[in-house]
Each structure stands twice: as structure tokens, then as C-alpha cells.
Design a protein around this ligand. Sequence first.
Ligand SMILES: NC(=O)c1ccc[n+]([C@@H]2O[C@H](COP(=O)([O-])OP(=O)(O)OC[C@H]3O[C@@H](n4cnc5c(N)ncnc54)[C@H](OP(=O)(O)O)[C@@H]3O)[C@@H](O)[C@H]2O)c1
Length: 355
Amino acid sequence: MSTNAHVIFLKRPGAEGIPADDNFGFEKFPYPASPDTGEVLIKTLYLSVDPALRCRMNEDTGVHYVTPWEIGKEVDGFMGVGQVVQSADPGFSPGDIVESQAGWPWVAFFKRKQEEQNPLRKVDTALLGGNLTLPLTVLGLIGLTAYLGIKEKGGISAGQNQTLVVSGAAGACGSIAGQLGRLEGCARVVGICGSKEKCLFLTEELGFDAAINYKTENVKERLATLCPEGVDVYFDNVGGEISDTVISQMNKNSNVILCGQIAVYNKDLPYPPPIPENIENRIKEMSINRTRFLVLNYAEKFEETMKKLAELVLSGKIKVRETTMEGLENTGKAFVSMMNGGNIGKQLVHVADPQ
Ligand SMILES: NC(=O)c1ccc[n+]([C@@H]2O[C@H](COP(=O)([O-])OP(=O)(O)OC[C@H]3O[C@@H](n4cnc5c(N)ncnc54)[C@H](OP(=O)(O)O)[C@@H]3O)[C@@H](O)[C@H]2O)c1
């Protein structure tokens, strides 16, 4: 009989600290007993690590939708894909591949009863072309965030010669958002990201018109050159100075998709964080639309959007990239790496293969 193992949360980095590998520990413990009526026993296959988990490292998460991680306890992430090992729920059979989007523990085996808030969903592997990780990338919250952000807040109309700028552009949401912006009709798509390799990925593989490496280039000057008619849509994954620079070059009545602010996740600030007064003034003067976007507020659109995303990815109109770390014991390390820009596309952890 197998043993079980999980990642535990060992220490908080501090609200202004930088997450480190030793914030996490790993321990083995006994394999679970057989499921009781209504439960399924699941083996984790893949885990997602996400920037929003950073706030769970603090004593106060500062947001209403997640609770802090407890010291010494098993870490509870957001998304995962697994396989049913044993089932005492007539809705599931051993061998079924399942996924969940709003709560998946960093553990090798676990039992769960169906929950209304965070249901386990059976994955149709044939429909995914055998790609088990798609529910953690484009066919899950990541794809929904990119698609609904662009649709609901982007104000993109084909034929309007619009320029889209995406920050965090080579990451999970950003890489999909840029491609969707192009499909929606933007004339020019420019990405901002943190390495030369990422810039090449955007321009050579995803068809972005241009990319700016914010670590080595002058973002203000490069934006002015690459977006001579100003910026009409800004998909903002990062906030901070990069976003102040982009907003300073946005046109009248343009739109910011306020998706995330990862540049300040290691600062003890409310969400969304305050922005400098001159940027606030520019937003007012230029009538720039900039309101908070939270994908969870659009749950009624998820099913229909998922169908559209499936068509786009299976027809090859959207490309998906992943960076995968091996082994459950490295999940904390994968999270830290992603927070420091170690990923291209979605950062995942491969825990086990299906039987
Ligand atoms: N609104 C919503 O409902 C919603 C849902 C999901 C995600 N989000 C947000 O969307 C954003 C992207 O999430 P994701 O899952 O797609 O993550 P991701 O972009 O795949 O990974 C995070 C990336 O952020 C970049 N980064 C880290 N520190 C930075 C800094 N100081 N300045 C600029 N860039 C920095 C790194 O890339 P570089 O190499 O380019 O630095 C890193 O690869 C996050 O802000 C997240 O919180 C929002």
C-alpha cells in the first residue's frame, strides 16, 4: 500500500517579505482509509501554482474570497487535476480524470465529497486531445480570466485600429490575453515581460507584434516607439511602475483590464493598491476606464466561455505554453519560481501519472 505525502506551510515570509522555498515543508503520512458513502479518493496528477496564493501566506489575506494558510498545516492551493482511485459516489468511477478550480490540496491522495462551491468535474480526456493539463491553463480559470477580461473590460472592436498592451505578457493569463486581443481585432499587440527568451516567445511563437523586456529596456521610450498612436487597451497583470508608464501613454476613453498587480504582492497594501496621484489625475483627464476585474464575478458566463475557449484551442487559434516542475515536494519551489518570473506560460507541478 502507498504512503501519502503533502506540502505543509512552515512560516510566513512577512507581509512585505519575499516568498522563499523554506516557507514550505514536506512530510509523509499514512495512506487514506477507503472513502465513506458519498466520498471519492483522488490521486493528484497535476497542481497549479498561482500568484493570488501569495496573500494566503499573510495572517490577513486582505481579500474576501480566500483565507490565510495556517502554520504547520497542509497547503490548500486553487486548481488541480487528479484521478479517482476509489469511489463511494455513484457519480464517479475509479479511473475517472477529475479537476477542480477553487480548492485543491497540495497532497498526493485525498478524499472529497462533492461540494457546491468547489465541485469536482469529470474531464472528458478525448475532448482535450489527451492533454490533461488544459483545465489548469486555457480551459480553466486562467483562460476564463483572459477571455472575460478582454471581452468584459477591453472595449475592443474589430477595424478600429486599436493597440493592446499586455504586461506579464509571457505568463499564463497574459500569453492568452494577447492572443485573444488579436483575435478580437486589435491591430497591434505589444507585450511587456521579464526576459529576452520571453520576448522571443511572444513575437516568434504567439504572433505579438513586439515585446519589451522591462528588466533591460526603457519601457517608456520603447512604448512610445512601438505604440505611436497611443495605447487603447491595457491588460494589466502587474501594476506598479510598469503600469504607471503604460497608463501615461493611454488614449482618451481607453480601457485598462485591471487583472492583477503582482509587482506589489510582496507589499502590505490593500487590493487594488493605491496608484500615484499623477496617474489618478491622468485617468480622470483622459476618461480612462479602470475598474477592478475579478473573474469569479462572471460565473454565469463560465460554461459558454469554456466552449468558445475549447474551440479556439482545439482549432489551434490559441497556443498554450506550460512550465512544469517535477514532484509534489517541489510545489512550494514552483510557486516561488513563478513569483520570480521562472515560468513561461502556466507554471504547473507534475505529481503523478494516471494509471
Ligand atoms: N482578476 C482575476 O480574476 C485574476 C485571475 C487569475 C489571475 N489574476 C492575476 O493575473 C496576473 C497573472 O497571473 P498568472 O497566473 O497568469 O501568473 P503568471 O503571469 O503566469 O506568472 C507571474 C509572472 O509575473 C511576473 N512578475 C513577477 N514579479 C513581477 C514584477 N515585480 N513586475 C512585473 N512582472 C512580475 C513574472 O514574469 P516576468 O518574467 O515577466 O517578470 C511571472 O512569470 C496576476 O497578477 C494574478 O494575480 C487575476
